[in-house]
Design a protein around this ligand. Sequence first.
Ligand code: GLN
Length: 537
Amino acid sequence: MDTKFIFLTGGVVSSVGKGVTAAAIGRLLKERGFKLAIQKLDPYINVDPGTMSPYQHGEVFVLDDGAETDLDLGHYERFVDISLNRLCNVTTGQVYAEVISKERRGDYLGGTIQVIPHITNEIKNRIHQAARSTGAEILLVEVGGTVGDIEGLPFLEALRQMRGEAGAGNSLYIHVTWLPHIGATGELKTKPTQHSVRELRSIGISPDVIIARSDYPIEQELCDKIALFCDVEPRAVVPMVTADFLYEIPLLLEEAGVGEYLLERLGLQARTRPNWKPWQKMVAEIRKPRPPVQIALVGKYVELHDAYMSVREALRHAALAIGVEENITWIHSTDLEKSRDLEALAQADGILVPGGFGERGIEGKIVAARYARENRIPYLGLCLGMQLMVVEFARAVLGDEEANSTEFDPATPHPVIDLMPDQRQLTDMGGTMRLGLYPCRLQPGSIAARAYGCEEVQERHRHRFEFKNAYRKVLEDAGMRFSGLSPDGRLVEIAELADHPFMLGTQFHPEFLSRPTRPHPLFVAFMQAARERADSR
Ligand code: GLN
């Protein structure tokens, strides 16, 4: 079968949950037995978000193949339970870099290189490559930003051209908009949606489906009005009221008949009857009151929860799996440096230190690790959180508070964490870390091996620094176990403390592989330990 395309654009305002909508639609199609992939087109000029501050862009999500991507790819993978590849996140930066390098090679034989057709052709190439490389029968393509953005225009033009090229009935445009609520009259307004559809039309795209987001219930009358003014069938206007929980959205869209409608418009028959039972069970579980477990998340971007999107989701998946509710206290690591928030640590049933870069707040995270170790509070360290757990332990064992990672103190007398040898010569910052899936062998009988229930795992990485093996023996003698190693034994992937209820750190990022119906074993083990602490109090 030829690939079918579903294009998603956004209107009115950004941050209306277009990414989650795409992910949820993906689920509807998967439930009907189709092989699909989801691609995000990001109009910014960075080649990827890997070099961007989480404050700018939220979390950087990492794929199996090591691509550093937009956090929406995390939603796609979690909702659909698929693994995507680097072609599934395209940016203006990538497109221009490719076109310019072709021009320098002389590939265009004297032509004048222009946005249309050269840039738009490159965008279309990447859409087709994503479809081919994933073997998708249906490719969902989400365009970042909002219709009307100058930088999004070449992408929209490429999508416009795709309709004709894909052939009749092989493509579909979904426009996700926002209905503002006017407090004084208690009304929802459709005018911005009408304007945004007009804007889309002016560049030659007529939406087939409009998903209208709102914080308030949307009357049928309003949907009919949108249908009339925007020239779509009334059935094709889908009201989407803000859900309490993200994972409810596929069920809401299913109920609104979106799955059937999309197939009908694409001329497809469902191959399987959707089986929503496991998903419904998960959502019912989310809605149930569950005993709370307090998790202190100690980071430096805590004002922006999106910076820890996958960590938060992985905690939720694990909590659901064992029937507790994760209550996250967001702790700013710099606050711990001023000793302000130790009380919050004392209240915690579990302490989590996620990944991060740069010096700010490092000592605060070490305070958290020390507090967890000394007070026997379950601790999970992810990447930087593992490195700092090692630094803290080394400081205690060696009796030298100057032990450190060379990332933060290049002159430390005890560089227990140091730059990886193959990182030393690098000058480019983008895409040069140790990235993506690598195998890790587990030490039989360790906490990690018991959690996973197997001997070897594959996990996703994103780091430049590593544990320095010269310190293995002295730390091992003091009770640290290096329970996960690369198969050649050279690289420490997991460290854990033997004499502690649960103190474990991973050099990799387990959060990227956690799924709502397949929680990550290490998060489950951590949550279980936290629960035991909560129960004992
Ligand atoms: N800054 C550390 C390193 O580069 C940790 C990276 C991370 O937490 N993702 O190794």
